[in-house]
Design a protein around this ligand. Structure first.
Ligand SMILES: *Cc1c(COP(=O)(O)O)cnc(C)c1O
Length: 401
């Protein structure tokens, strides 16, 4: 793709199969929002949906809504609706708690399935919270050891030996957007008798994910990034069908009990993926996730993946054409197939640039030490938005040079 004018971008928008989805989001006028990978935009239907749940279900229905409006079953119902986005089957996904908490649950479950093994291989590139959780869980287990691995997929895979219980890795790395080879790392783990746990926070709703095809054991991820569930929205948790009857997780609250309303003494895990639940579902937050899934249900995922790749390619092309002197250096993979849906560049004054962009209503992220991160949410970003953002970037860069 060679794009030399804004008119070309307008043509691309005119033939964009996802153009209709943009109208389903409420975006502030004159803001170019390149941060949908951090906090997804607000669907237009969310406020009305929440209002209905609050007034009709909570206000009028009161406690009868647990049954009458299916509140109790929401984590499983929404899990089934989210499953196709990550290549999972119905009955393998729940929505609830947070990504960090869900990671604690699935890692503990994985360690339980591999008694006698006490090494966890951790991806050094992961989002720091994942590392903190792995550390925290291991500190509870005598003899547990974290093996943090730097490097590419091969290095990560090679670190998995017969002492390893599980490997935990981010599918798309939050900083540089590098995509890990889920199939390669997972199959290496299995060949050594270990389990594979993936964090999909930056891949769900952005790139192709095939958990069942790749035989992934467990996965977790956010719904407030590309999935537009709102700030702090409940996360998802995937457990492969083959582990559902044997896996046990330690946050054994009543929601994951086989008979929560039996109020009996002693924990008995629910059959199926419900055993990964812990507490009373956060109904209002789940309603916002539901509003977002109403949009995702109608979306062709292949078109999302394709457009995300094109937007990223366009960003790279325009930035490199504008700054041939290398003032901004690409920190993400150049090939779209190796990249998630954000693009990172390096600049020594990245923090200042991001602040100056924000002052001009171009919203992107700074990540230390020198990374500018631009998120390409395919459902509501237009090709012209990329063009306009790079225009502003070049003006802003002129001001700091
Ligand atoms: C955003 C993100 C998280 C956030 O976890 P929370 O528990 O929701 O705060 C975790 N992991 C990854 C990879 C992320 O990108």
């Amino acid at each position: 793709m060679t794009v030399t004018s804004k008119a070309t971008c307008e043509d691309l928008d005119a033939s964009d199969p996802l153009a209709v989805q943009r109208s389903m989001f409420s975006l502030p006028e004159a803001t170019l929002y390149l941060d949908g990978n951090s906090l997804g935009a607000l669907p237009r239907s969310t406020a009305a949906k929440l209002d209905k749940v609050i007034t009709e279900q909570w206000g009028a229905g009161l406690i009868s809504s647990w049954e009458g409006h299916g509140w109790w079953a929401k984590p499983l119902e929404l899990g089934d609706r989210l499953a196709p986005l990550i290549g999972a089957a119905p009955g393998e996904v729940v929505v609830g708690d947070s990504t960090s908490i869900n990671l604690f649950k699935v890692l503990a479950a994985a360690l339980g399935l591999r008694p006698g093994r006490r090494v966890v291989v951790a991806d050094a590139r992961h989002f720091p919270s994942d590392g903190y959780v792995i550390e925290g869980l291991c500190a509870l287990l005598p003899g547990c050891q974290v093996r943090t691995v730097e490097g590419d997929d091969r290095r990560l895979a090679e670190a998995i030996d017969d002492s390893v219980a599980a490997v935990v890795a981010d599918h798309v790395d939050y900083r540089y957007s590098t995509v890990r080879d889920m199939s390669e790392v997972t199959s290496r783990a299995h060949s050594r008798g270990a389990l594979a746990i993936w964090d999909l926070s930056h891949s769900a709703g952005a790139i192709a994910v095939a958990l069942d095809r790749d035989e992934v054991d467990f996965a977790v991820g956010c719904t407030y990034k590309y999935l537009n569930g709102g700030p702090g929205a409940p996360a998802f948790l995937f457990a492969a069908q083959r582990h559902l009857e044997t896996a046990r997780q330690p946050l054994s609250g009543w929601s994951g009990h086989a008979d929560p309303f039996g109020f009996s003494a002693g924990y008995k895990p629910a059959p199926g993926v419900a055993r990964f639940l812990c507490s009373t579902p956060a109904i209002l937050s789940l309603a916002a996730v539901e509003a977002s899934l109403d949009i995702w249900d109608s979306v062709d995922l292949a078109a999302v993946v394709d457009k995300g790749a094109r937007l990223g390619d366009l960003m790279i092309e325009l930035v490199e054409a504008r700054f041939p002197d290398g003032a901004m250096t690409l920190a993400s993979p150049r090939r779209a197939s190796e990249r998630g849906n954000h693009v990172a560049f390096r600049h020594p004054r990245a923090a200042e640039l991001i602040a100056r962009l924000a002052a001009r209503s171009v919203i992107a992220d700074f990540r230390p030490p020198d990374i500018l991160r631009f998120g390409m949410a395919p459902l509501y970003l237009r090709y012209v938005d990329i063009w306009d953002s790079v225009e502003v970037l070049s003006e802003v860069l002129g001001a700091v040079d």
